[in-house]
Design a protein around this ligand. Structure first.
Ligand code: NBG
Length: 821
């Protein structure tokens, strides 16, 4: 076997055409533009296509390799992917940087300028989608035979704007100017069915058969986005399905002048892949959302079965050839769908089919928030997927029989484990379906997996302890250091060589340099330059009026109460009061940057954005305060913006209520780039602290256990308020309308939520410890040598948090696939 796919045989043509000619040819022949009148748009498109040509060759070669080797493959099913911009990543992976830079130089353009022409596909809400994309990068870099499957939404996560401090939402028409990286594959389409009813009959061999009839049909068309491995000629794909109507438009209605009616069918069916649901941790109980889930699952399983039928002889061998991973419960209906395919369509016995099913699937849980544990009304599933509901009942019947054999007479147990929650509104618990149907279930950080075992699914854990395991999340070192922070990456490579890009543990070698004054100086210079570039408004960020000498304190993530942006704001107001009331000037200026989107229907989250902007206005407009503290809300936070922020941060805010953030991955991105973390003992923060050393991490606040204990009784938030003057003052100002002149009641839902409605997120309980840690962070910041040393030690300690390590754990412990040689 060659070490590399034999790409010469695939399409030497493109490789033989020099990059420049290739670009210019695309500008003329693909886009019909004049290559003598170049502009950044034409050049971006020509360059993207020239790079894509090279990827396509590698992709074809990789597929040949799969067929030759007949390897087991893993399919990663996710309703969300957040790949970020492709251009730089694809250039880097294919090793074209130098060539691209020469060509662009010759044409008097820079990659930075062209890159901004690319709209990023916001096909995910946050961490879960970005994790899926980091995993795709690792799958390709580690040469794992695997593919991503998702939905090619026409509109991604909304574009966030601000109007008078209120979040505004605009449809994200990301494909407006085309989608350069996408291969439409109209010949790979499948029919996906909905609705209808189930017919039963006994066939000639005496077998009871079920057919699903009178259904509505939608076509799923494959759109492939290629994912190159880093420097290895290996290229895999994310296959994203787009909904297409089975009938174009109704000519009869059109001819009778009913132009809207003529298109109705097309509009309603294509709706399925129209928009990403802008919910992060809550579920919109919408029929369309269930349809999206089934749409992904049905098209994907048909594609998998087609490939299996082409390449393998027996259905029974499916678990040896195929692993299907469920990213959250969003694609969990796959368990019922595979059973339907095997039992109804392939006429397999139930037991045999079930045995296959439970060997094929595995499931990752990403959240413990009760509102995010998906439950679908039984009557909704009955209406949209009638046969699946019957199958779920049958899975449940057999499962509960097994449970009663194990726990005779224990009705409570049955009730707790059942796939259906009984009551006036009967619901299917999708997490239970995913657990019962999978051979492995994992959480995404050690603490989170412990909470799953002991608090969220304790009955399942007792039943099948061997099913549960932890795989702590990771991030792509290519995307979030090499690409996001080129100057730091270059410095690291100069110091320890380039191996860290593929083996992040190599970063540990930086420990020896942490005390080296010359290295510290270079490290510091790179960080300072990154801050300067951020202030200059690079990357279309808003202009931040601040000095690069300031401490850059950054919190960027979706806005959710448990992430506690409010705690950050209480701290900002405290600093403001210290200056205004006591003339207490901080040792160095501090710039507080906050960014993130609130789900459009999540009023409290939107009010939090309003509060941040209101506090920012007062602080930033006060000439006495502004030189020392400023607060900025950065609208429309996305992957591209995260790349610019993580390299400029001194302090990373990871301050969720302990026990509520499953893992966090932003925490990893910042620490990898040398920011110090101020964080609670939550999610992966705990493991980051272990790895970088407790001295290099500002930990504070209640532990998950303490939070749970407080919640079960005895927590009185008012005590914190009464006994802490600064806190009292701060809350009183917000409560009385100091930050909302003319609308004194505006922020009361926030303050009374803490003072009078139990402070579910324990903001007040953690305030004092947080403010004290912030002071420690500031004191350290003043000492440049000490802070640079700790910054280096943070980066040095982050080897564990590579998505390569995480993916290898999935490969070994869950998917059981072999990397290609
Ligand atoms: C999110 C968690 C994060 C975690 C990511 C990736 C969901 C449902 N969960 O803590 O909130 O880092 O998943 O695992 O989006």
């Amino acid at each position: 076997m060659n070490d590399q796919p034999s790409d010469s045989k695939v399409c030497g043509a493109t490789n033989r055409l020099g990059l420049k000619d290739n670009i210019l040819r695309h500008i003329v022949t693909t886009f019909g533009s004049d290559c003598e009148r170049l502009n950044k748009d034409r050049l971006y498109k020509g360059l993207a296509y020239a790079v894509r040509d090279r990827l396509a060759e590698n992709w074809v070669a990789t597929r040949r390799l799969y067929r030759q080797e007949k390897v087991k493959r893993v399919y990663y099913l996710s309703l969300e992917f957040l790949p970020g911009r492709f251009l730089k990543q694809n250039i880097q992976a294919t090793g074209l940087e130098a060539e691209v830079s020469d060509v662009l130089n010759e044409l008097a353009f820079t990659l930075g300028r062209l890159e901004k022409q690319e709209a990023e596909p916001g096909l995910g809400n946050g961490g879960l989608g970005r994790l899926a994309s980091c995993f795709m990068d690792s799958i390709a870099t580690l040469r794992i035979p695997g593919h991503g499957y998702g939905i090619r939404y026409d509109y991604g996560l909304f574009e966030q704007g601000l109007e008078d401090g209120n979040q505004t939402e605009r449809a994200d028409n990301w494909m407006r100017f085309g989608s350069m990286w996408q291969f439409d594959r109209p010949h790979f389409f499948y029919l996906v069915r909905f609705g209808g009813r189930v017919e039963r009959f006994v066939d000639d061999s005496g077998r009871l058969r079920h057919t699903w009839v009178q259904t509505k049909k939608v076509r799923a068309m494959a759109c492939d986005f290629l994912v190159p491995g880093f420097g290895n000629h290996y290229t895999t794909n994310m296959r994203m399905w787009a909904a297409k109507a089975t009938t174009g438009f109704n000519l009869k209605l059109f001819n009778s002048s009913d132009y809207v009616g003529a298109l109705r069918e097309k509009a309603t069916t294509e709706n399925i892949s129209m928009v990403l649901y802008p919910e992060d941790e809550t579920v919109e109980g919408k029929e369309l959302r269930l349809k999206q889930q089934y749409f992904l699952v049905s098209a994907t399983l048909q594609d998998i079965m087609r490939r299996h039928d082409n390449e393998c002889t027996s259905l029974e061998s499916l678990p040896d050839e195929v692993a299907v991973h469920l990213n959250e419960t969003h694609p969990a209906i796959a368990v019922a769908e595979l059973m339907r395919l095997l039992v109804d369509e392939r006429l397999m016995e139930w037991e045999t089919a079930w045995n296959i099913c439970t060997k094929v699937f595995s499931y990752t849980n990403h959240t413990v928030l009760p509102e995010a544990l998906e439950c679908w009304p039984v009557d909704l599933i009955e209406r949209v997927l009638p046969r699946h509901m019957e199958i779920i009942y049958e899975i449940n019947r057999r499962f509960l029989e097994e449970v009663s054999r194990r726990y005779p007479g224990n009705l409570k147990k049955l009730e707790r484990l059942s796939l259906i929650s009984e009551g006036w509104n009967r619901l299917v618990r999708m997490a239970h379906l995913a657990i019962v149907g999978s051979h492995k279930v994992n959480g995404v950080a050690a603490l989170h997996t412990g909470i799953l075992k002991n608090h969220v699914f304790p009955d399942f854990y007792e039943l099948w302890p061997e099913k549960f395991l932890n795989v702590t999340n990771g991030i792509s070192p290519r995307r979030f250091l090499l690409q996001a922070n080129p100057s730091l990456a270059a410095l690291i490579t100069e110091a320890i060589g380039p191996a860290w890009v593929r083996n992040l543990e190599e970063l540990a070698k930086l420990r020896d340099l942490a005390d080296d004054p010359a290295f510290q100086e270079k490290w510091q210079a790179v960080r300072q330059a990154n801050k300067e570039r951020l202030i200059q408004g690079e990357g279309c960020l808003c202009q931040i009026n601040a000095s690069p000498e300031a401490l850059f304190d950054i919190q960027v993530k979706r806005i959710h109460e448990y992430k506690r942006h409010v705690l950050n704001i209480l701290h900002a107001v405290t600093l403001y009061n210290r200056i205004k009331v006591h003339g207490d000037i901080p040792a160095a200026p501090r710039v507080i940057l906050i960014g993130g989107k609130a789900a459009p229907g999540y009023h409290m989250a939107k009010l939090i954005i309003k509060l941040i902007t209101a506090v920012a206005r007062v602080i930033n407009e006060d000439p006495q305060v502004r030189p020392h503290v400023s607060v900025h809300f950065l609208p429309n936070f996305n992957v591209a913006m995260s790349e610019r922020l993580i390299r400029a941060a001194d302090l990373s805010e990871q301050i969720s209520t302990a026990g509520m953030e499953a893992s966090g991955t932003g925490n990893m991105k910042f620490a990898l780039n040398g920011a110090l973390t101020i964080g609670t003992m939550d999610g992966a923060n705990i493991e980051i602290r272990e790895e970088v050393g407790p001295d290099n991490f500002f930990a504070f606040g209640l532990s998950a256990e303490e939070v749970a204990r407080n919640r079960s009784g005895g927590y009185n938030p008012r005590l914190h308020y009464e006994f802490n003057d600064e806190l009292k003052h701060t809350l009183d100002m917000i409560h009385s309308g100091f930050f909302s002149p003319g609308q004194p009641e505006l922020f009361r839902p926030i303050t009374t939520g803490m003072l009078d409605r139990g402070d579910w997120f324990m903001v007040l309980a953690d305030y004092e410890a947080y403010v004290a840690k912030q002071a420690e962070a500031m004191a350290l910041f003043r000492d440049q040598t000490a802070r640079t040393r700790r910054s280096i030690l943070n980066t040095a300690g982050m080897g564990k948090f590579s998505s390569d390590r995480a993916v290898m754990e999935y490969v070994r412990n869950i998917w059981k696939v072999n990397p290609l040689k």
